[in-house]
Design a protein around this ligand. Structure first.
Ligand SMILES: Cc1ncc(C[n+]2csc(CCOP(=O)(O)OP(=O)(O)O)c2C)c(N)n1
Ligand SMILES: [Mg+2]
Length: 886
């Protein structure tokens, strides 16, 4: 049923409103709420269903009567904020005066300065002797404001500010929050929009997890996230909103800087982003607090008895708010207040200057403070503060609420003077012209205030720490016997990794620190036994009798459950993994997460989250299961992964492996666990595992170190009447085809071959690249040889076959001196049997043999007629289209 705006019986309407007013006056707000609830129930009985949007009037949520006193010194805080504004602006303008190409943003922090400052002066707590720090996610392009404050606090030098965005050489400051590049400062990378919001939610959830599992106390530590209104359009920004309510995360507050603009223009020119966000968050169950208007609007609202002001505010779209924001008092008088006689009367007593100075709520400390205090006091769910601001606040005609505000990075002297005068900055014309940074003199009241406030809140922020006690890994033969002494026992590498995790979970020291994570695929990977063994985490335990209660593998949810079952959200599961993988830094407790997923839905689907995980120095295992393009049989084009290893190779601190055998896998997991938990290196591991069952060999003596390096010789297959020799390299799912090919080469063609198992082409390539560089830059020294050069010395052709695109083995091609042929799975995957797929992609044993013979023709070891014969013998259809063409 639609609600009509025209009132058919105003007298009756007024009676109802008066009755509600009287009840609230007599019985308070709770009585009012009760009546509304009863009315709603009755309306439902009468079949009246409301389809109104769940948003409130276009005004502040917290009424003036409930605002409370302001605990800070407004004069000083405003002065300090003005100085921060200046330093942030000067940092960007200076960098761009010196080097026009450096970029940077002024307008975003200009809109967010009061939001940041209210946090820094009153809410964001650092770690002290009694408790850990709050977690704060900063809007990335407002980073200059965070640097400006760190400078005033004496944490950053003038030289560092002057080197904003000039990081090469190590003196400068990162453009955006990057823990990799500023490891003592930034905690959370937010530069890629959307990653901050989803990460903040999963960090808040992981804090509960640690607490419920008895691993770390959280006291009243809180997660704050300051994000942009444009940023909320990212799918990741809103993907986990309902998780936050479902898990009652009252340790979480979002503050959305609603300056109504993004980069190109208005976020919702023809609508109202604030109302839209309010509906969204209310729908997701959040506590919503709107901070729209500053204190100087309070008297206007008080006199707006007929709601003319509220009606006009509701009727004004954001594109118009922006134009109003960009223009002066006279324009606002004629184009807003002048539109309605009641409104005109409302501001009749005000000068144009006063109208011009009316502030938006997000620039008013009192309003922001009341909102954040209410957010901190809110229980049983997260809060979002929607703060209405002006983009480029204070930048005058060149930047305030302009379409081009976001891109503005150069300001002329006149604009700087207007800025200085508006914020009452004690800067000479000369200081302006030279964009001098403003430091607070020692002994000044402002500096003392600044220090006092931070001391009261525990110290500086942001600070990234890196001090967790190492956790010892048990000896491999204690938990990996089954894999290293497999003795041709049949199993898949997925089964092996699940057994390894299961065994590690039983270790008294390491076990509790393991965090298995799945995105609704535990059964796929044979992990259902973990449901009962360690339980599935739920903050409320299990409120129902599970259908399979009698089963050994029952679905057991528990408050201290260890497994994180994230449901069908790879982005959420990855964010969850990051929370665990950074716990060593964020909470000082090292955790070891294993997130196991369909490999295609990793780097391909949430690659940017993995990049951010690398930036924040995550430590943990990503397990790409059902990996490759031909082991997954029936699944088809969208499931078959031929590229993840190539992408993994581009992430500097990601060590990626594609083991074929359980014993290789065990060595890699063991090495990785030690590197991350004992040595505490800032690396993470990506390991692919498959679901194909085959006999698993035992670990060769002395092979372990080479497995970690990336390759080892598996066997030499000597042909009795040896006509030629080749080297065959294989990894993961295709290694067994390579071994089979070596037998065919011997039996059918009298060709000898050495077979190497390559556990990681990317690790080999990295080592070779390092060696190559060292040799080039120190030409006088005795040249070093990389592992790949040592293994593949000589001239015999090399055939490398994997279940990935050819570019993956080609990572090492330029480091070997012999002819190099790569076979792989370029093209779109499709569903069929494993054998059919390997035939289709031309990486099965037959094609490996043909490739080897062909390579030998180039060395005049074998005739082309022999190659043609092999093609016929193996029934290869030479006329078929190449797999990557269809
Ligand atoms: C994933 C991603 N896409 C695009 C960008 C480029 N970008 C940086 S800031 C910005 C606009 C942000 O608007 P908003 O979130 O409203 O923040 P504001 O600057 O208005 O405070 C864009 C598009 C980015 N950093 N990340
Ligand atoms: Mg914006």
């Amino acid at each position: 049923m639609r609600v009509h705006d025209d009132d058919s019986d105003p007298g009756e309407t007024q009676e109802w409103l008066d009755a509600l007013d009287a009840s609230v006056r007599a019985g308070g707000k709770e009585r009012g709420l009760y009546l509304l609830k009863k009315l709603e129930e009755q309306a439902q009985r009468l079949g009246i269903v409301a389809h109104v949007q769940p948003y409130s009037a276009y005004r502040n949520t917290i009424p003036l009567e409930e605002q409370g006193a302001y605990p800070g010194d407004l004069d000083i805080e405003e002065k300090i904020t003005s100085i921060m504004r200046w330093n942030a602006l000067a940092m960007v303008v200076r960098a761009n005066q010196a080097y026009g190409e450096l970029g940077g943003h002024i307008a975003s922090y200009a809109s967010a300065a009061e939001i940041f400052e209210i946090g820094f002066n009153h809410f964001f707590r650092a770690a002290d002797a009694t408790r850990g720090a709050d977690l704060v996610f900063f809007q990335p392009h407002s980073a200059p404001g965070v640097y400006a404050r760190a400078f005033l606090e004496g944490r950053l030098t003038e030289e560092q500010l002057a080197n904003y965005r000039q990081e090469v050489g190590g003196r400068g400051l990162s453009s955006y929050p990057h823990p990799w590049l500023m490891p003592d400062f930034w905690q959370f990378p937010t530069g890629s929009m959307g990653i901050g919001p989803i990460s903040a939610i999963y960090q808040a959830r992981f804090m509960r997890y640690l607490e419920h599992r008895g691993i770390a106390a959280m006291d009243d530590r809180h997660v704050f996230g300051v994000f942009g209104d444009g940023e909320m359009d990212e799918p990741e920004s809103i993907a986990a909103l309902t998780l936050a309510t479902r898990e009652k995360l009252d340790n979480l507050t979002f503050i959305i800087n609603c300056n109504l603009q993004r980069l190109d223009g208005p976020v919702r020119g023809n609508g109202q982003i604030i109302q839209e966000l309010e509906s969204l968050f209310i729908g997701a169950g959040w506590n919503v607090i709107k901070v729209l208007w500053g204190s100087d609007w309070d008297p206007l609202f008080a006199r707006d008895t007929h709601h003319a002001l509220l009606r006009q505010l509701a009727a004004t779209v954001d594109g118009q708010y922006q134009t109003l924001g960009a223009n002066d008092g006279a324009y606002n008088q004629s184009h807003f207040f002048g539109l309605d006689p009641e409104l005109r009367a409302l501001v009749a007593h005000m000068t144009l200057g006063e109208i011009d100075a009316l502030k938006r709520g997000g620039h008013d400390f009192r309003k922001l403070y009341a909102a954040l205090r209410a957010a901190r006091a809110h229980r049983d769910g997260p809060t979002v503060v929607l703060a209405k601001t002006k983009k480029g606040y204070g930048m005058g005609g060149v930047g305030e609420s302009r379409m081009t505000s976001h891109q503005q990075k150069k300001l002329d002297l006149d604009t700087l003077k207007v800025f200085r005068d508006r914020f009452g900055l004690a800067l000479s014309d000369d200081a302006l012209a030279n964009m001098r940074f403003y430091a607070l003199p020692e002994g000044s009241r402002e500096l003392e205030y600044l220090r006092e406030r931070r001391a009261a809140l525990g110290g500086h922020l942001p600070v990234r720490r890196d001090a967790a006690a190492p956790v010892m890994i048990p000896p491999l033969d204690r938990y990996g016997q089954f894999a290293i002494h497999a003795a041709d026992h049949e199993m898949s590498t997925t089964t092996a990794v699940v057994r390894l995790i299961g065994n590690l979970l039983r270790d008294p020291a390491l076990g509790p620190r393991i965090v298995p994570i799945v995105a609704d695929e535990a059964r796929t990977f044979g992990m259902a036994n973990l449901f009962r063994q360690i339980g599935i985490y739920s903050p409320v335990g299990q409120l129902y009798e599970p259908e399979d209660a009698a089963s050994m593998l029952r679905y057991r949810e528990a408050k201290d459950g260890q497994l994180l079952e994230e449901g069908i959200t790879e982005a959420g599961a990855l964010a969850s993994w990051v929370a665990a993988a950074t716990a060593y830094s964020v909470h000082g407790v090292a955790m070891l997460p294993f997130y196991i997923y369909y490999s295609m839905f990793g780097f391909q689907r949430v690659g940017d989250l993995i990049w951010a995980a690398a930036d924040q120095r995550s430590r943990g295992f990503l397990l790409g299961a059902t990996a490759g393009r031909t082991t997954l049989g029936g699944e088809g084009l969208q499931h078959q992964d031929g590229s993840s290893h190539l992408v993994a190779a581009t992430i500097p601190n990601c060590r990626a492996y594609d083991p074929a055998f359980a014993c290789e896998l065990a060595v890699i997991i063991d090495h990785g666990a030690r590197q991350m938990m004992e040595q505490q290196d800032d690396v993470f591991y990506y390991v692919t595992v498959m679901n194909e069952n085959y006999p698993q060999p035992s670990l060769r003596d002395g092979a372990a170190a080479d497995i970690v390096r990336g390759m080892y010789k598996l066997q030499s297959t000597a042909a009795p009447d040896n006509v030629a020799a080749v080297r065959l390299l294989g990894s993961g799912a295709i290694l067994r085809e390579v071994i089979a090919a070596s037998a065919l080469l011997r039996d059918d063609w009298n060709v000898t071959s050495d077979v190497f198992s390559v556990t990681s082409f990317s690790e080999l390539a990295r080592d070779a690249r390092d060696v190559d560089r060292a040799n080039r830059l120190e030409p006088a020294r005795e040249p070093r040889r990389s592992h790949v050069e040592q293994c593949l010395d000589g001239a015999a052709p090399i055939i490398a076959a994997t279940d990935y695109v050819r570019a993956y083995p080609q990572l090492i091609a330029s480091y070997v001196g012999a002819p190099f042929v790569a076979l792989g799975t370029d093209g779109f995957g499709r569903s069929d049997t494993r054998a059919a797929l390997r035939g289709f992609f031309e990486n099965d044993r037959r094609h490996i043999v043909v490739a080897a013979l062909h390579a030998l023709t180039r060395q005049q070891k074998i005739s082309t007629a022999t190659v043609a014969e092999a093609i016929v013998r193996y029934e290869i259809d030479a006329a078929t289209l190449a797999p990557w063409t269809h």
